[in-house]
Structures are given as C-alpha cells and as structure tokens.
Design a protein around this ligand. Structure first.
Ligand code: NI
Length: 138
C-alpha cells in the first residue's frame, strides 16, 4: 500500500460548510477521499491539457435510419483506428442506437475524433468521459 502523508488544510467556515454538505450528498463517508477525488480530477484535466497519453469513452445516440450516417460513422472510425480500442453498438429501440467508442492516445487525436463524431447530422446526443491511463492518479 502507498505511504500516506497527512497535512493540515485551512478553510473559510462557509466554504467548509458548503463542501461538507456537498460531499455528504455525493455519498462520501470521509473528507479525505472527497479531497483525493478532487485532486485526481484536476490531475486528469492536466493530462488532457498537457498532451500526455489519455484514455476515455465517447458515447453517441443516433437514429440509424438517418441517410448515410452509418457510412460516415464508419469512415471516421477507420480514419482514427489508431486511437480506437473498441466500439460497442447497442440497439436501444427500433430507431435509436447507442454506441460507445473507447479511445486512447494523444488528447488532441481523441478530441478530434469526438468532434467529428458528434457533429455528424443525425447524431442526437454525444458525450465524452475524459479519463486517464491511470499513471498519475494513484
Ligand atoms: Ni443499432
């Protein structure tokens, strides 16, 4: 197990009260874990900004009847084959499909892939979970 380091943190009372209420709503049982998660999120943000290798998941919801959309989705994914680890396609109902594209690599490449997929006509919703290769968030 990693060695723990303790340090004191000073807060304005009001900020502390807001923070405490917020982490209780989120279900944290101790403040240290909540603060560690905030730090991890910031470190992952920094990875995406600094060009380090990152990992993430792009989620798309679209109507597969939309003209030419499937071909365009496929073309883009082939263009970015070096960034794509896997694609999962789920048929939500008669019209709607949900696709999860798991990607890794340089942040710019993954962001470009996301930008191209989400801007296709017929894509109803797109989101990206920007995550990490896990090296800086022990
Ligand atoms: Ni489908």
């Amino acid at each position: 197990m990693a060695k723990l380091i303790r340090f004191g943190v000073s807060f304005e009372k009001e900020l502390f009260t807001h923070f405490d209420r917020r982490i209780k709503e989120k279900g944290y049982t101790n403040r240290s874990e909540a603060i560690r998660d905030l730090i991890r999120n910031d470190l992952v943000d920094a990875e995406w900004q600094s060009g380090k290798e990152v990992a993430g998941a792009i989620t798309l919801v679209y109507d597969h009847h939309h003209r030419d959309l499937l071909n365009r989705l496929m073309d883009i994914q082939h263009d970015y084959h070096a960034n794509i680890l896997s694609t999962q396609h789920v048929h939500l109902d008669h019209h709607n499909c949900l696709e999860v594209v798991v990607a890794k690599g340089d942040p710019q490449g993954v962001q470009d892939l996301y930008g191209k997929l989400k801007s296709l006509k017929g894509v109803k919703h797109a989101s990206i979970a920007m995550s990490t290769m896990g090296k800086t968030v022990a």
